[in-house]
Design a protein around this ligand. Structure first.
Ligand SMILES: C[S@@+](CC[C@H](N)C(=O)[O-])C[C@H]1O[C@@H](n2cnc3c(N)ncnc32)[C@H](O)[C@@H]1O
Length: 261
């Protein structure tokens, strides 16, 4: 584990202990919720019996959704606390989930062609380069397998959603592959149940340009099946609000890819 991952492990542990949104296990989830979560894009159909790797997707959310639909789920994540949330959610729902602490850039623990589906919710931006991850996924995924990859909109990642100036969210950072954005945004404020905000150090988070993501995926033999731009659904959002920001510039993209046969 390199210095970036050591720091990010500590910082993700602290964020999870602060109960950041991405660390709250789905304890009230139903099978209907699970189906909506996994099948909402219309790409995945029936995951029962499939081997699924939730890659850097700890926190007790995605693992629960796939487990409730009958998939054989493995979670690999850097953070002990995130994995603990998967354990908690798995026990709560009576699921069998394999949990592995590790770095997404090192999948050597898995044999070749192990998984039908690799599901990677927002996490690729926590590593500085893409190819170690994509080439690892290519190896562990079966030919024809599906890779879900969610990543930061590289045009949005440099924009501060708190800095509405009455007319615009200013965009003034250079568009640089691999820039560590935690220098610009050193803290995450995590809202607590009593309304106070806990300030946590940001994990290292890197901009990956659109061209680089697309070309690195194509270079590893992945064929694009679709791309979705997330924004918060709200009519007439208040200017400067989070919903407004996401409708000005969607903060992340969700993509599905099929590995060539
Ligand atoms: C935003 S969370 C994603 C999962 C979350 N449940 C969600 O709802 O989006 C990012 C995850 O990436 C993990 N992570 C960051 N760097 C990693 C690395 N190098 N290898 C494996 N996991 C990593 C963190 O521990 C964290 O669980």
């Amino acid at each position: 584990m390199d210095a970036t991952s050591k720091i990010n492990r500590e910082r993700w542990n602290a964020l999870a202990q602060a109960n950041v949104e991405y660390s709250r296990p789905f304890l009230d989830f139903t099978v209907e919720n699970a189906a909506e979560h996994v099948y909402r894009h219309g790409i995945l159909k029936d995951v029962a019996g499939k081997q699924v790797l939730c890659l850097a997707s700890g926190g007790g959310q995605d693992s629960v959704a796939f487990g409730m639909l009958g998939a054989h789920v493995t979670v690999l994540d850097l953070s002990d606390v995130q994995l603990e949330r998967d354990r908690q959610a798995s026990d709560h729902h009576g699921l069998q989930t394999r949990l592995i602490q590790g770095d997404m850039r090192d999948l050597t623990i898995f044999p070749d062609n192990q998984f039908d589906i690799v599901w990677q919710i927002y996490s690729i931006n926590f590593v500085p380069s893409l190819d170690p991850v994509f080439s690892g996924v290519r190896r562990v995924l079966k030919p024809g397998g599906i890779y879900f990859l969610q990543f930061a909109n590289p045009f949005a990642i440099g924009i501060d959603d708190q800095k509405w100036n009455g007319n615009a969210f200013p965009l003034n950072s250079l568009y640089i592959e691999g820039e560590d954005m935690s220098g610009r945004f050193p803290n995450w404020d995590v809202e607590q149940p009593d309304g106070t905000r806990l300030v946590c150090a940001s994990p290292h988070e890197f901009r990956h340009t659109l061209g680089n993501v697309m070309n690195c995926m194509a270079g590893n033999g992945f064929i694009l099946l679709g791309l979705w731009e997330w924004m918060k659904e709200e009519d007439d959002p208040q200017p400067g609000s989070w919903a407004h920001y996401t409708q000005v510039i969607p903060p992340w993209f969700s993509t599905f890819w099929r590995l060539e046969k």
